[in-house]
Design a protein. Structure first.
Length: 265
């Protein structure tokens, strides 16, 4: 396992990934409420905030926009992803190699695994290839560990989230991106199951500032190392304000009220 505290993916042992792979995964619907959010340059600008440790995008967005921001932003290249037009059992196409990610200047790579899908076996084999290639280049690996499939009735059940965190450890991920399981106690169990693999919370759908920050605070209090967030940042009219608050909660371990006050809310 890579000591990622010494890599650009971390700041003071914590992680705040600004994820922007939604244009592929969800499509234009995610950009409707804030039309300017469809412009990747806006999110790259937000990623220059000191709280952000990396920006996660697909290959095409990285090719088009990362060269203009490479001095101010660390790139996490997402290696797989599938459009919301796909209607089959959860699966994710491999769209980029680790070798090409390294050539683009990536400081880390990300990979989705849908544990429980009928396609789990092939996805795990694809992850194996990516993880081993990343190890050869000392690139940290972040697993989007999302149990999903026809056999799963509740993909945020605490035991399922703990299993997701354990899968990331067992398969060699440095960071496990998991959904919030609903309570501090449940997140503590997920962190315990992950062992040395750092657990970060998935940002999920946009919610209120207070509700969002409360779930992040719970994650940090439970021993989680941070957040991988998209919509709860760039779907806001002022992404900088919520990033100011997140910096307080994640890196300063402030309370929600303290963070909102510091961010001028």
């Amino acid at each position: 396992m890579i000591p990622i505290d010494d890599t650009p993916l971390c700041r003071d042992g914590k992680v705040l990934i600004l994820a922007y792979d939604h244009g592929l995964e969800h499509g234009p619907v995610d950009f409707r409420d804030v039309p300017e959010s469809a412009d990747p340059a806006r999110t790259f600008e937000a990623a220059t905030h000191p709280a952000v440790t990396s920006v996660a995008v697909q290959k095409g967005v990285a090719e088009a926009f990362y060269p203009s921001f490479e001095d101010d932003v660390d790139l996490l290249l997402k290696l797989n992803g599938t459009s919301n037009l796909w209607m089959g059992e959860p699966d994710s196409a491999v769209n980029c190699s680790v070798e090409y990610a390294a050539r683009l200047g990536a400081a880390a790579v990300g990979f989705t695994v849908y544990g429980g899908s009928n396609h789990e076996i092939e996805m795990v084999e694809e992850f194996r290839d990516a993880q081993e290639a990343a190890r050869e280049r000392d690139l940290p690996v972040v697993m989007w560990s999302y149990p999903r499939g026809q056999g799963l009735k509740n993909d945020t059940k605490p035991s399922t989230i703990s299993y997701a965190a354990r899968l990331a450890l067992e398969l060699g991920a440095d960071v496990a991106k998991v959904k919030h399981p609903g309570s501090r106690e449940a997140m503590e169990d997920a962190v315990r199951m992950a062992g040395p693999t750092k657990v970060v919370m998935s940002g999920g759908s946009k919610t209120t500032d207070r509700e969002f920050l409360a779930s992040v605070e719970e994650t940090i209090d439970a021993g989680g190392k941070g957040l991988a967030v998209g919509r709860n940042v760039w779907q806001r009219e002022n992404p900088t304000r919520i990033l100011d608050a997140l910096e307080q909660v994640i890196f300063e371990e402030a309370t929600v009220d303290e963070a909102l006050s510091a961010a001028g809310r």
